[in-house]
Design a protein around this ligand. Structure first.
Ligand SMILES: *[C@@H]1O[C@H](CO)[C@@H](O)[C@H](O)[C@H]1NC(C)=O
Ligand SMILES: *[C@@H]1O[C@H](CO)[C@@H](O)[C@H](O)[C@H]1NC(C)=O
Ligand SMILES: *[C@@H]1O[C@H](CO)[C@@H](O)[C@H](O)[C@H]1NC(C)=O
Ligand SMILES: *[C@@H]1O[C@H](CO)[C@@H](O)[C@H](O)[C@H]1NC(C)=O
Length: 418
């Protein structure tokens, strides 16, 4: 266990403030740099666009649902999408808020038709996307689709939407699409701040509210401009199903915490829970960090064949409640002591959520101090453990100390009682 005095604590704070300042300077330097970006800021009239986009009303809380990529890659078909929609309902996940069924790359033919329209791949989506949207809508769910702000998608098995934005947005709307994930491959070297707003406007003119998910990989700090252009923006490269990748992405995404708010969210990529590459405890850390970070909760496993253990993680209503809390504030790391990290953030009704993550190799005692998490020092709280589903018997004052196993976490909501 590590006991830390005030001096050390201050050093940690100074160090993280310095890191943050460096990041902000870096970000401002790069945002101010290109002339292209200056142009985009001028012709997009930030306030007006933002108000209109917000009016789509689709991102008051982070989106919840499922996406095909993490488990299936290109191996998708209309029958497995339909079976997935069935499973999201029959497992009870739909009732908990998971409503988007999102098709990722590889759903279309290699070439457009004579009118320049996308054509659903005949071998795998023979009934077409409209029929699939009808099926999914009949289950009370929503259908998402994928395209790319480039000449081809990342798989290079289908065209991208660059130059076809208006036409594609209208087609998506006519099919009944509810969500667009918009990737960044084969972009011909054009800046994302030029390419993505074209699709924003196309979607706004398409006549159907469509959640717009920017998948720009964090290349040009989309947190700084994404809220004017989309409902969420990827802050990082793709996740893989390992502890190291997951925690690396969690760290990157945390830098941008101040930019998340209702209407537009940081997106550290889709969930790997249930795909088999991490332990149960590690998946609990993964889900807890995504929830506390107000990340989109997009399931990435095969829900047709999901285990009880995976369902218990993805179906934790108290943790989902943190993600969907109306206040919409992304939590931050408030203290790092070596491998021990305390993450915290405010919730509605004057509550605070605290997550203690042990990234180290050994079980450790961890302490969350009230002055680190924004509570007055001698406040008494009720501490509810969101994974054990019960409140601690004693009511902590000033700090909360718990034992946390290696690659595991504890998550609490604190509610002050005096
Ligand atoms: C593709 O998906 C089908 C049906 O879900 C499955 O039977 C098949 O094994 C998969 N193929 C690969 C290469 O993953
Ligand atoms: C279903 O899950 C089990 C256990 O997780 C696994 O062994 C099996 O291969 C899966 N079946 C399919 C069709 O993916
Ligand atoms: C809270 O702490 C302050 C300063 O440490 C002290 O003056 C005050 O009496 C305390 N209040 C309670 C209710 O213990
Ligand atoms: C936590 O608070 C208690 C008093 O409520 C105090 O006795 C203890 O020293 C504190 N622990 C740490 C690690 O600060």
């Amino acid at each position: 266990m590590t006991m830390v005095g005030g001096g050390n604590r201050r050093r940690v704070l100074i160090l993280s403030s310095a890191l943050l300042l460096m990041l902000i300077l870096l970000v401002e330097a790069s945002a101010g740099g290109g002339e292209g970006q200056g142009r985009i800021y001028k012709n997009i009239s930030p306030e007006g666009e933002r108000r209109k986009l917000l009016a789509n009303g689709l991102a008051d809380t982070p989106p919840m649902g499922w996406n095909s990529w993490n488990h299936f890659g290109c191996n998708i078909s209309e029958s497995m999408i339909r079976e997935t929609a069935d499973a999201i309902v029959s497992t009870g996940l739909a009732k908990l808020g998971y409503k988007y069924v999102n098709i990722d790359d590889c759903w279309a033919e290699y070439t457009r038709d004579q009118q320049g329209n996308f054509v659903a791949r005949k071998s795998t989506f023979p009934s077409g996307i409209k029929a699939l949207a009808d099926y999914v809508h009949n289950k009370g769910l929503k259908l998402g689709i994928y395209s790319d702000s480039g000449s081809m998608t990342c798989s290079k098995t289908m065209p991208g939407s660059l130059g076809y934005e208006e036409q594609d947005a209208k087609m998506f709307a006519s099919w009944g699409i509810d969500y667009l994930k918009y990737d960044n491959c084969n972009n011909e070297g054009l800046k994302p701040t030029i390419r993505y707003p074209i699709m924003t406007r196309a979607l706004m003119n398409a006549g159907r509210p469509i959640f717009f998910s920017l998948c720009e990989w964090g290349d040009m700090h989309p947190a700084l401009w994404g809220s004017k252009i989309g409902n969420s923006w990827r802050t990082t490269n793709d996740i893989t199903d390992t502890w190291l990748s997951m925690m690396y992405i969690a760290d990157m995404n945390e830098y941008y915490a101040d930019y998340a708010r209702p209407g537009g969210w940081n997106d550290p990529d889709m969930l790997e829970v249930g795909n088999g590459g991490m332990t149960k405890d590690e998946y609990i850390v993964h889900f807890s960090i995504w929830a506390i970070s107000k990340a989109p909760l997009l399931i990435g496993c095969d829900v047709r064949n999901v285990t009880k253990e995976t369902l218990d993680i993805l179906g934790n209503t108290e943790v989902i409640g943190v993600n969907q809390d109306k206040l919409g504030v992304q939590a931050k790391k408030v203290r790092m002591e070596g491998d021990l990290e305390v993450w915290a953030g405010p919730l509605s009704k004057y509550r605070v959520v605290v997550l203690m993550v042990n990234r180290g190799p050994a079980t450790s005692l961890m302490t969350a101090h009230w002055d680190d998490i924004g509570l007055p020092p001698n406040t008494t709280v009720i501490a509810r453990d969101l994974w054990l589903h019960k409140a601690l018997r004693q009511r902590p004052v000033g700090n909360l100390s718990v034992t946390v196993a290696s690659h595991a976490c504890k998550m609490f909501i604190l509610k002050s009682v005096s």
